[in-house]
Design a protein around this ligand. Structure first.
Ligand code: ADP
Ligand code: ASP
Ligand code: MG
Length: 481
C-alpha cells in the first residue's frame, strides 16, 4: 500500500525562495525554453533583496524519456544500429534547441555539453547491445541522459539572458535507495547535499538548475524516481531548502476537475488541500506525480500548478487546508487498465490470519494494491503494476482461490466536502446508473469515493460524474450511452 507518512525532512534555513519545476512540454523546443527563461527571469526580479534566487528543476524534453526507454530495448534486442541512429536523432533535436536559445560562448558550451552527454550514452548503448541485457540499473543510466541534457541547455539559456545560473548535477544532490526505476529519496542525506551544493550558489545570487527525476545511491549509482518523477524532485529539493512555494509549470491551467483527455471541458480547480491533491494524483491526475505532496506536507509548503504557455492564468494553489466553497466535490480522476484480483478463502469463513498472509504475498512481491474490499469469505483488490502478478497468484493459490479480471479501471471522486455532505455519495452513485460497478469503496478519510468498473466504461462514467458535479446542466444519461 502507499506510504502515507511524509519522510523525515530536517529543518532547514531558507536557501531559495521558490522552486520552479518545468515539465517536458515546457522545455519541448527553443520557444518553450525561451518562455521558461522569461518566467525564471521575472520570478528572480520579483523577489525581494533578502530572498534567494529561484531553484529550477527541469524534465527531459517532451517525449525524450519514452524514446530513451525504446532505445534501451533496441539495445537489448541487439539492434545496435537502429538504437544509435535513434540516439543521433535525439542528439540533433537537442542541438537544435540548444542552438536556438544560445549564442557565442554560451552556445559552444551548451553544444559541447549536450554532445558529450550523448557520446557517452552511445558508448553505453553499445555495451548494452553486446550484453543483450538491460537491467533496471542500466535503464536508469540511459534515461537519466534526458534530464541531464535538458538541464544543461536550460542553464546556458538562462546565462544567455543575463540571469546568473549554475548547473548542478542532480545526482550529487538527490540521494536515493537502490530501487532502480522507482527509487525513494533519503531525505536526511539529500537535504544535507542540497544545502551543501545549492546553498553556496544561491548565496552568490545564482539561479541553480537541476534535472528532475534523477538521483543516485549513496555510492553514486544513477537512479530515477519513477515516471513523472520530476515533480517529486522539485518538491524534495523545495522541502530541503525550506522554500516559500513549489511551482509546477506544465501544459494545462492547473489541476482540472477531470482528465482533459477524457472529459472535453473540465474546469480549473483554484484551490485544493494537500490531501485532495494527493488522492487525485494517486488515482490518476497525471499533472502531479503522486509523491509530490509528501515533502510539501512535511514542511507545509504551498504547491502551485501553473501553465507555462499562459502564465497569466491563476493556476491551482495546493495548501494544507482548502474546501470547495460551493459544498461540491473537488475533482474526479481515473486510473486505467488495472486488474481486479478476487481472493477467496478456501475455508468456509475467512480464517484468522488470512488477511495478513494475503497482504504478505503482495508485500513480498513489492506490488501495491489500490482499492480493497472485503466480504465474509473473500477479498478483492486492484493492482496497477501487473509485472509480478503471475507469481503473486501462484503464491495466493497455496491458501485461497484466486481469480483475476484485467481491463478494469478505478474512477475516484475526491473532495473534502464528502465528509460533511453525505448526499454527495448518493449523487455520485446515482449518476453512474446502469454502468456496472465491480467494487465501490469510500476511503477511511471520507475524502474520496472509489468505483472500480470496466475500463471501456471509463469515458462514460467520467462524463456522467462530471456532468453531475461540475456542469451547469447535468449530462442526460441517455445522451452519453
Ligand atoms: P509535465 O510534462 O508538465 O509534467 P504531464 O504530462 O506529466 O506534464 O501532466 C500534465 C497532463 O496531465 C495534462 O496535459 C493533462 O492531459 C493530464 N491530466 C490528467 N488529469 C489531469 C487533471 N485532473 N488536471 C490536469 N491535468 C491532468
Ligand atoms: N522525464 C521523466 C518522464 O517522462 C520525468 C518527468 O517528466 O517528470 O517520466
Ligand atoms: Mg509530469
Amino acid at each position: 500500500m502507499r506510504n502515507c507518512e511524509p519522510a523525515g525532512v530536517p529543518d532547514a534555513a531558507r536557501y531559495g525562495s521558490v522552486v520552479m519545476k518545468f515539465g517536458g512540454s515546457s522545455v519541448a523546443d527553443a520557444d518553450a525554453v525561451i518562455r521558461l527563461a522569461g518566467l525564471v527571469g521575472r520570478q528572480a526580479e520579483a523577489q525581494s533583496e533578502d530572498d534567494k534566487p529561484p531553484v529550477v528543476v527541469v524534465s527531459a524534453l517532451s517525449g525524450v524519456t519514452d524514446r530513451l526507454i525504446a532505445i534501451a530495448h533496441l539495445a537489448e534486442e541487439g539492434e545496435v544500429d537502429h538504437a544509435v541512429a535513434s540516439l543521433r536523432e535525439l542528439l540533433e533535436r537537442h542541438v537544435t534547441v540548444a542552438s536556438g536559445v544560445t549564442t557565442g560562448a554560451n552556445q559552444s558550451k551548451a553544444l559541447a555539453e549536450v554532445r558529450e552527454e550523448f557520446e557517452s550514452l552511445i558508448g553505453l548503448v553499445h555495451a548494452l547491445a553486446v550484453l543483450r541485457e538491460v537491467s533496471p540499473r542500466s535503464l536508469d543510466a540511459v534515461v537519466a541522459s534526458g534530464e541531464l541534457a535538458s538541464s544543461r541547455i536550460v542553464a546556458r539559456a538562462l546565462a544567455e539572458r543575463g540571469i546568473p545560473a549554475a548547473w548542478i548535477d542532480a545526482r550529487i544532490v538527490l540521494v536515493t535507495d537502490a530501487e532502480h526505476t522507482g527509487a525513494s529519496p533519503d531525505m536526511v542525506a539529500t537535504c544535507e547535499r542540497a544545502r551543501e551544493h545549492i546553498g553556496p550558489a544561491a548565496a552568490r545570487g545564482q539561479v541553480t538548475v537541476l534535472g528532475g527525476f534523477i538521483g543516485a545511491t549513496a555510492s553514486g549509482v544513477t537512479t530515477t524516481l519513477g515516471r513523472g518523477g520530476s515533480d517529486y524532485s522539485g518538491a524534495i529539493v523545495g522541502a530541503c531548502l525550506g522554500v516559500g512555494e513549489i511551482q509546477i509549470w506544465t501544459d494545462v491551467d492547473g489541476m482540472l476537475t477531470a482528465d482533459p483527455r477524457i472529459v472535453p471541458q473540465p474546469r480549473v480547480v483554484p484551490q485544493l488541500s494537500f490531501a485532495e491533491a494527493s488522492e487525485l494524483a494517486y488515482f490518476g491526475a497525471k499533472v502531479l506525480h503522486p509523491s509530490t505532496i509528501l515533502p510539501a506536507v512535511a514542511k507545509n509548503i504551498p504547491v502551485r500548478i501553473l501553465n507555462s504557455r499562459r502564465p497569466e492564468s491563476l493556476g491551482t494553489l495546493i495548501t494544507a487546508e482548502a474546501q470547495s466553497p460551493d459544498g461540491q466535490l473537488t475533482a474526479i480522476a481515473c486510473k486505467r487498465n488495472v486488474t481486479v484480483v478476487d481472493i477467496t478463502s478456501t475455508r468456509m469463513l475467512m480464517a484468522h490470519g488470512f488477511l495478513r498472509r494475503l497482504f504478505e504475498v503482495f508485500e513480498r512481491f513489492k506490488t501495491a494494491v489500490d482499492v480493497v474490499t472485503t466480504s465474509e469469505v473473500s477479498v478483492s483488490v486492484t493492482v496497477d503494476d501487473t509485472r509480478r502478478l503471475e507469481a503473486i497468484v501462484d503464491n495466493l493459490r497455496s491458501f485461497a482461490d484466486v481469480e483475476c479480471e484485467p481491463e478494469m479501471a478505478i474512477v475516484s471522486a475526491v473532495g473534502e466536502n464528502l465528509r460533511a455532505d453525505p448526499t454527495l455519495f448518493g449523487r455520485a452513485v446515482t449518476s453512474l446508473d446502469r454502468i456496472p460497478l465491480r467494487l465501490v469503496s469510500q476511503a477511511a478519510s471520507r475524502r474520496n469515493i472509489t468505483f472500480v468498473l470496466r475500463d471501456a466504461d471509463v469515458p462514460q462514467a467520467m462524463m456522467r460524474l462530471h456532468g453531475q458535479f461540475f456542469e451547469q446542466t447535468p449530462v442526460n444519461h441517455e445522451d452519453t450511452k
